[in-house]
Design a protein around this ligand. Sequence first.
Ligand code: GLN
Length: 451
Amino acid sequence: TAHLDAIAALNPRVNAYITVTPEVALAQAAAADAALSKGEAGPLTGIPLAVKDLFCTAGTRTTAASKILGDFKPPYESTVTSQLLRDGAVFLGKANLDEFAMGSSNESSAFGGVENPWKRQGDDAVLVPGGSSGGSAAAVAARLALGATATDTGGSIRQPAAFCGIVGIKPTYGRCSRFGIVAYASSLDQAGPVARTVEDCAILLNSMAGFDPKDSTSADRAVPDFAAAVARGVKGLRIGIPREYRVEGLSPEIDALWRKGMEWLKAEGATLVDISLPHTKYALPTYYIVAPAEASSNLARYDGVRFGIREEGADLKDLYERSRAAGFGAEVKRRILIGTYVLSAGYYDAYYVKAQQVRALIKRDFDQAWGQVDAILTPATPTAAFGRDETQDDPVAMYLNDVFTITANLAGIPGMSVPAGLDARGLPLGLQILGRPFDEETVFAVGGAIE
Ligand code: GLN
C-alpha cells in the first residue's frame, strides 16, 4: 500500500509506470500475507516489484511502449515473471521503456518520457533516466518499487542503473529465459534485475534465472547462490583494466572514478592487470548492424493482423503499410530501415556477414583476456545523465552512450553497473564489472566490494 500511495503521488511526474495494477498487487500481497502466516514464505514473498513492459504478464496489458500493440493482453506469462511470482513477488505495474527497448534515454516511448528522479546542482533541467529500462530504474531510484525486471540488448540495464544511481546486472546470455519477453534482437537480448543494492540484485537474479525448455537458447546450467557470492571479497582476484576503454573524449571525471575503483579493489587485495581488447573500437558499428538486422526481422510480425492496432487499407499490403506507419515511432522505423537494408541482397555480405565476423573477433578478445584475469573493470557510461531533448536530433550521439556496454552483449558475457560516486554536479556515476560467461558470482563479489 505504501508503494501504491507513492506511485499515485509521484508517477504523474516521473512517468516510470505505463500501467499501474493496484488490484493485482493487493491480491498478490494478500496471498503473501497468507503464505507468511502459514510459515510458507518464499525468497520474495511480499516484495513489491515493477515489471518492464516488455515482459508478457497474463491478463495485464503489455505494450513494449509502442502504439502498435494497442491493448494487447497476453494470454500467458513470461518465464522470468512467472518465476518471480512462484517465489512470492508482488507486481505493482508495468514500467516504461524506450519503444521496443530501442534507445538510451527513454525518450522514444509512445507513453511519454520518464523523468530521472535526480537533479543536477545549478539547474532544474529534467534529466533522462537512461534507457531502455528507464522506467524500471527510475521506479527503483524514486522508491516506487523495491526492485524491477529489466532487459539489456546493448546496455539497457546497466546504463539506466548508472544514470539513476542504482545497481543492475545483465547476466550471461542464456542465463534467463527469453520466453514471453517481446523480442528486440534475439541473439543479444537478456533479462536481468535492477535494485538498490548488489545483494538485492543477487536475490532477484536467483529467482529470475534458470533453464527453460521454451527458449532454445536458454542454458541448461545450475543456478548458483548469487547472494552468497556478494560478500566473498576480491582477495587474490585479477582485475583487468582494458586500455581500449580509455576512449577519446572520456571525461576527466569518469576517468577519475575509474581510477578510484581500481584503488578500492587493490586495497581489498585484488591485483590489477593491464589488458588489451583490440577490437573494442568496432563494437559500436557492429552492434548497430546486428541489432537492427534482428529487430527488422522480429518486428515483421506487427502487421496489423495478428496483434494490436489495425488501420484499414485498400488491400492487404496497404493494410500492413498503414498499420505499421501508424503504430511504430520514428526510432523503431529507423531501425527497421537500417535492418532491412543491411540484410538485403547485395548488401548482406558487405554489412551483415562482416558484422558477424567482427562480432566473433570481439568475443575472441574476451576469451583471450580470461586467460589473464578473472573480471574486468570499466566505466559504465561515458557521461552522467543528460537533459531531455539534448540528443534528440542526433541518433549517432545517442548511440555513443552504449560504447562501454555493448561489447558484453556481443560477447554474451555478464556485466554489472554499480554506483561508485557523484560527478561535480551531484549526479550518480557507475562502474561496470564484466565477467566470464556463467561466472556472475565473481561479478557479484567485485560489485559487493565496490559498493
Ligand atoms: N541503446 C541501445 C539500443 O538502442 C541498447 C538498448 C537495449 O539494450 N535494449 O539499441
